[in-house]
Design a protein around this ligand. Structure first.
Ligand SMILES: Cc1ncc(COP(=O)(O)O)c(C=O)c1O
Length: 358
């Protein structure tokens, strides 16, 4: 694995107990997949890592290009063609106080592992959990931070109630996302997904919207209520680790026909096609393609913090593809914030997952 510019065996201890990522969850991370010798949406993931860092005023101390290259090199060192990659950037080593000014520079780790699909099944049971998604004015769900306790509490609750995945509501009672994936519902041939104010700006979510639109399936980004979930014809979730999976049962209600529906099936097929044929090549690419003209690094706001030595000028990035831009076509009838009562999960066994894809 990559640790602050060096490659070390993964069983080697690399982190101090004074690291603020460890002590406080003060840091950011990404989850990225490589398929068939290519890293899927590498640039988008690195952009999101840097955006998460910017949002918590964390100087990663290296350029986006250097981060991309470090990710590719980590895969090369492991001889991986298919892998799950986890860049982690913590505030760095400080003292037992939480003040980030005591941390002189970020620690950067990149871990790569082989990993098949996250779930044992491609037809999930989901539970609407009582714990609410972090409010954007407390800890924005757009920040992929090292503090995933909100998500873990949701997972614990879903596990306890017999679901493979949780459905989070936000504080207004609108559907937000899963514990580690974005959610889509399909009704009368139209696909709906919530705006990203209450969920992570998922890169697979953006890909799914593109794929659906390419296939002339109308997609709408708008608030979704539990009523919309329970009465959907189909539901699927998307995420780098989860990839894409149907949700066929929620809080005791069978969704649609109780199996992967036609829109979800098309999405899964298209997703498999795009992940196996596109991405940044690991072994043949000399370098990641250049980014748009460089911009000066953002001025540090934490005044007393020493500047990171390696802070290379981060390149200005091309504007992110707009994925959630579609204006909401209708105001949803979502009035209720009611949590679904915990019920015994249906006895019906979930469909077996096909063999690991690659
Ligand atoms: C909370 C949460 N929502 C959604 C996602 C899906 O995002 P992506 O498709 O970029 O992996 C993830 C995974 O990164 C996540 O942790």
């Amino acid at each position: 694995m990559y640790v602050n510019g060096k490659f070390v065996p993964e069983n080697q201890p690399v982190i101090s107990v004074f690291d603020h990522g460890f002590l406080y969850g003060d840091g950011v991370f990404e989850g990225i997949r490589a398929y068939n010798g290519r890293v899927f949406k590498l640039r988008e993931h690195v952009d999101r890592l840097f955006d998460s860092a910017k949002a918590i005023d964390l100087d990663i101390g290296m350029s986006k290009e250097a981060m991309e290259e470090a990710i590719l090199e980590t895969l090369r060192k492991n001889n991986f063609k298919d892998a799950y990659i986890r860049p982690i950037v913590s505030r760095g080593n400080g003292d037992l106080g939480l003040d980030p000014l005591k941390c002189d520079k970020a620690n950067v780790f990149i871990v790569a592992k082989t990993m098949s699909s996250l779930y044992d099944t491609m037809e999930l049971k989901a539970i609407t959990v009582g714990v609410r998604r972090n409010a954007p004015d407390a800890l924005s769900p757009n920040i992929k931070s090292l503090n995933y306790l909100n998500n873990i509490l949701a997972k614990i609750e879903a596990n306890a109630k017999g679901g493979q995945e949780a459905i989070f509501l936000d504080h207004n009672g609108f559907v937000a996302e899963g514990s580690g994936d974005n959610i889509f519902i399909i009704k009368n041939g139209v696909v709906y997904t919530p705006p990203t104010i209450n969920n992570l700006k998922g890169i697979t979510r953006a890909t799914a919207i593109e794929l659906l639109e390419k296939n002339k399936i109308p997609t709408r980004v708008e608030n979704i209520s539990l009523f919309d979930v329970y009465t959907a014809d189909e539901i699927f979730v998307t995420g780098t680790a989860a990839e894409a999976a149907a949700v066929v049962w929620v809080d005791g209600r069978t969704i649609g026909a109780g199996k992967t529906g036609p829109v979800t099936a098309l999405m899964l097929k298209e997703f498999e096609k795009i992940t196996s044929t596109t991405g940044t090549e690991i072994y043949t690419a000399k370098k990641a393609p250049a980014r748009a003209a460089s911009a000066k690094p953002a001025a540090k706001t934490a005044a007393a913090k020493p500047a990171a030595k390696t802070a290379a000028k981060p390149a200005a990035k091309a504007p992110a593809a707009k994925t959630a831009a579609k204006p909401a076509a209708k105001a949803p009838a979502a009035k209720t914030a009611a949590k679904a009562p915990a019920k015994k999960p249906a006895a019906k066994p979930a469909a077996k997952k096909p063999a690991a894809r690659k």
